[in-house]
Design a protein around this ligand. Structure first.
Ligand SMILES: O=C(O)C1=C[C@@H](OP(=O)(O)O)[C@@H](O)[C@H](O)C1
Ligand SMILES: C=C(OP(=O)(O)O)C(=O)O
Length: 478
């Protein structure tokens, strides 16, 4: 059969509604852990063997970029395991020659982790580079990172687009200082990138945090991952217990390491159980996971779902209203008021769940979601309103009001834009589990972090999606 997603970029998909979603699933490896491990392994001395790695656009652009400075990365098992020969801080002769003539060009598509981590790492490493991506990447700020690097750089670094956005040009002879200051109000990836870069600069660097730091669990993840490779961090807190500075040092040494399944990807499956009156076990993720997004399952518990963590994974089961069998009874979900600044990649997932709750859900602390793959507050509100309900947009988040029972039962066609944002597509898939007539445009955009998403959802629900392509308007190729 032709691959329905690859068939045409204008493909749309309809997820088929049905009864409770029951089963278990193991999402692919974490994007955040894979891209961090790739950076540490690339600049380590010796060989690293990573298992459970994510195969996706975001990890592929990282691999391709590292290959350009001479890092040898062997893919095993279709890329789900990687063997990396670290360059231990020395650029290959080939890459040095190329860089002497003109900057090494790196295309990073729309991968925030790749451009932020590599901007920091390459500035510490030295050489000439230009990192660019798709048009949306030229609207995603990197100025705070560039400003943090400038004072310690022996060389020049420029964010070329208005508002301090990529492409980024680097002409570096390495870092010359041992202290810097970084703002973290737009993205934690700046600090994570700088932390991973310090061992590459071969010196201890004290990094002062200016103002708020969003997405803090990712910074803790960075420290934990670096430790696995020999990096060291020391934390300082202010009088209120807030992180104020981190001093980073050590040297990377290659190692063997298994990557956890992706917790942001897991959110769609837990949510599927919550809104369908079902029960889903996500395998391979426990309460000790290094990804903050496992906390999304706890948010569903706050809405009334049953939460169980065992050695097998974390399971979410919906409470259903009334005494009828789950298949006939709608799930009972409470509207909540929730801070999501630490788990912002799951805001779209929760917004969809909130449409099926018994009252409004207020999501707070995620103003920085406007700078991701798309404006994940404004554009999310626009799409959810197409269902006819009320969604209020705030500077720091959204309030999502429940849909009426009549609207949920209606099968009127609603076409939803994904803005080339994988998380829009995967969240809107959940709508289709409960409401007929939901058509999702450009489903292939899940390739950024989860190319197999549609197939995994079909396996879990046991229901084939309906694919439509505008090249073949009347044809359903499910
Ligand atoms: O460090 C990371 O791996 C990430 C940090 C988060 O970004 P922000 O810090 O910009 O919120 C998150 O949204 C992104 O998907 C991955
Ligand atoms: C925001 C995301 O990615 P990144 O910033 O790494 O592009 C994401 O995966 O939701």
């Amino acid at each position: 059969m032709t691959d329905p997603i690859a068939a045409a970029p204008s493909t749309r998909v309809c997820v088929v509604p049905g009864g409770p979603v029951e089963g278990s699933v193991r999402p692919p490896g974490s994007k955040s852990l894979t891209n961090r491990a790739l950076v540490c392994a690339a600049f380590a001395s010796g060989t690293s063997r990573l298992s459970g790695t994510l195969v996706s656009e975001d990890t592929e652009v990282m691999i391709e970029s590292l290959a350009k400075i001479g890092v040898a990365i062997k893919k095993v098992d279709g890329g789900q395991a990687l063997v990396i020969e670290g360059i231990g801080g020395v650029i290959s002769e080939d890459a040095r020659r190329i860089s002497a003539q003109s900057p090494v060009e790196m295309f990073i598509a729309n991968s925030g982790t790749t451009i932020r981590f590599l901007t920091a790492a390459l500035s510490a490493f030295g050489g000439r580079y230009r990192l660019s991506g798709i048009p949306r990447m030229s609207e995603r700020p990197i100025g705070d990172l560039v400003d943090a690097i400038k004072p310690i750089l022996d060389g020049e670094i420029v964010a070329e687009s208005p508002g301090g956005c990529p492409p980024v040009s680097i002409d570096s002879r390495g870092w010359k200082g041992s202290g810097l200051a970084v703002s973290g109000g737009v993205s934690s990836q700046y600090l994570s990138g700088l932390m991973m870069a310090a061992p590459i600069a071969s010196q201890a660097v004290r990094m002062e945090i200016v103002g708020e730091m969003v997405s803090m669990p990712y910074v803790r993840m960075t420290a934990g991952l670096m430790q696995t490779f020999g990096g060291q961090t020391q934390w300082e807190q202010d009088d209120d217990g807030k992180l104020s500075a981190v001093t980073v040092g050590g040297e990377y040494v290659g190692c063997e390491w298994a990557i956890e399944p992706d917790a942001s990807a897991a959110s769609y499956f837990w949510a599927a159980a919550a809104i369908s009156g079902g029960r889903v076990l996500v395998q391979g993720l426990g309460e000790d996971a290094s990804q903050g997004d496992v906390g999304f399952a706890r948010v569903l518990a706050q809405m009334g779902c049953d939460y169980t963590a065992t050695d097998a994974g974390i399971e979410i089961a919906a409470e259903t209203a009334g005494s009828e069998p789950a298949a006939l009874s709608p799930p009972s979900l409470r509207g909540i008021d929730v801070q999501m600044g630490e788990i912002s990649d799951t805001v779209q997932t929760l917004s969809v769940v909130a449409l099926f709750a018994d009252g409004p859900t207020r999501i707070r602390g995620v103003g920085h979601n406007r700078f991701k793959e798309t404006d994940r507050i404004g554009n999310l509100a626009i799409e959810l309103r197409k269902l006819g309900g009320r969604v209020d947009e705030h500077d720091d988040g959204l309030t999502v009001y429940p849909l009426t029972a009549e609207r949920i039962a209606s099968d009127e066609t609603v076409v939803l834009e994904t803005y080339n944002d994988h998380r829009m597509a995967m969240s809107f898939a959940l709508l289709g589990l409960r409401i007929a007539g939901i058509e999702i445009l450009n489903p292939a955009c899940t390739r950024k972090t989860y190319p197999e998403f549609w197939a995994d959802l079909e396996s879990l629900t046991g229901r084939a999606h309906h694919w439509h392509s505008s090249d073949r308007p009347s044809e359903s190729i499910a």
